[in-house]
Design a protein around this ligand. Structure first.
Ligand SMILES: *Cc1c(COP(=O)(O)O)cnc(C)c1O
Length: 375
């Protein structure tokens, strides 16, 4: 039996046709008609004014911080429960991450702790230069109270919606809840271009600046004049073609992941000591990954035993993100709380959730888990 992956790419016929169109047109460059069309279509889809297609979600986050002027000595507040790509661009800019704990009912940034972090900075005469919210596993952070405190102190919010394209918060699209939003089209995301990202914003000047900084900050002179340091972060026209095809099936992809989530909840509901990441009442998650929590006393097994039982059947599952405040590389960084995220890491397991996951493979996952917990 072939290995069951956590979240593999899921391509369709449109992606192939668009890719071949890009190839045959000889626009084999990080420029071209598909890049502009992808930007237009994605911006329209989420209701953002503008979009810049980039080589990765990490690049999009890095550009957002560059545009906001984050620099050496600045502090940037973000969630401790995330992938390292949220925090790394803070360090690229010479700034310092401040890691804030999550709320147990959403697994996303605890708004009260964000307020504490911001107000503490204000008291010290050093308000954070930005707050990066993280829409975890497809669930939006509780943006309204976060925005309230950030707006009051003039702190811009960047929304890391890498895992949440297609999610909503109080009816608004994930990615549009801050001053800038970031999506990822990495191979494991909801839709993919193999690698890629997008920065969305309502500010046209910021979108223009993002494209400029992503193309080596070349001034329009024949000899290329440079007045600032740029990056090579533009998305290739070939990959943008794939992205356009993927965007057309986004709703189906989200629906498939949500169906997996509903299936797992139902099929494992009676297992002692097993619960799931809550879906917050304020929005609709993409259920990028379905995550469960194991209470070893009630279940008789711990998270790692379940992961290994799945691995023995060639099924890929992963622990919930190891919090950034526990990562050796960020040991010196400031943190507010962190016990909630640490507990979720210790007890949380992400199950195979790809939109192409078959009904038979899904049933196998459940079967392995049920046998492991009963023992
Ligand atoms: C995947 C991911 C990123 C980075 O996106 P890339 O396209 O892989 O650079 C950033 N933040 C989060 C939360 C992610 O899951």
């Amino acid at each position: 039996m072939p290995r069951v992956y956590l979240s593999p790419p899921h391509m369709g016929p449109d992606e192939r046709a668009l890719l071949l169109d890009a190839f045959d047109s000889n626009w084999i460059a990080p420029l071209g008609p598909h890049v502009e069309a992808f930007e237009r279509e994605l911006a329209a889809r989420v209701g953002a004014g503008h979009a810049a297609a980039l080589s990765s979600g990490t690049a999009a986050l890095h550009l957002a911080l560059q545009i906001l002027g984050v620099g050496p000595g600045d502090e940037v507040v973000t969630s401790t429960l995330t992938f390292a790509a949220t925090a790394n661009p803070i360090v690229y800019q010479g700034a310092r991450p401040v890691f804030v704990d999550v709320h147990p009912e959403t697994w996303t940034l605890d708004p009260a702790l964000v307020a504490e972090a911001v107000e503490d900075g204000v008291r010290r005469g050093r308000p954070p230069k930005a707050v990066i919210t993280v829409d975890l596993y497809g669930q939006c952070a509780d943006h309204d109270p976060i925005r309230e405190v950030c707006d009051r102190h003039g702190v811009p919010v960047v929304e890391d919606a890498a895992e949440a394209l297609g999610a909503t918060y109080k009816g608004r699209a994930a990615g549009t809840l801050g001053a800038m939003g970031v999506f990822s089209f990495n191979g494991n995301k909801i839709i993919t271009t193999s690698g890629g990202g997008m920065l969305v914003t309502d500010r046209e000047d910021w979108a223009r600046q993002a494209r400029h900084l992503a193309t080596q900050a070349r001034q329009p002179a024949p000899h290329y004049e440079h007045t600032e340091v740029g990056n090579n972060y533009r998305l290739s026209n070939l990959l943008a073609a794939v992205g356009r095809g993927q965007l057309r099936v986004l709703d189906e992809r989200v629906a498939a992941r949500r169906a997996h989530n509903a299936f797992y909840r139902e099929a494992l509901a009676d297992l002692p000591g097993v619960s799931f990441m809550p879906e917050a009442p304020y929005g609709r998650s993409t259920c990028w990954l379905t995550c469960l929590l194991v209470d070893p006393r009630a279940a008789g097994v711990d998270r790692e035993a379940l992961r290994l039982a799945l691995e023995a059947e060639d099924i890929e599952a992963r622990p919930v993100w190891k919090p950034m405040h526990l990562q050796p590389v960020f040991r010196e960084c400031r943190a507010l709380g962190g016990e909630v995220a640490a507990g979720l890491f210790e007890r949380g397991l992400c199950l195979p959730s790809g939109s192409s996951l078959s009904v038979a493979d899904r049933a196998r996952v459940v079967d392995v888990l049920r046998r492991a917990v009963r023992r």
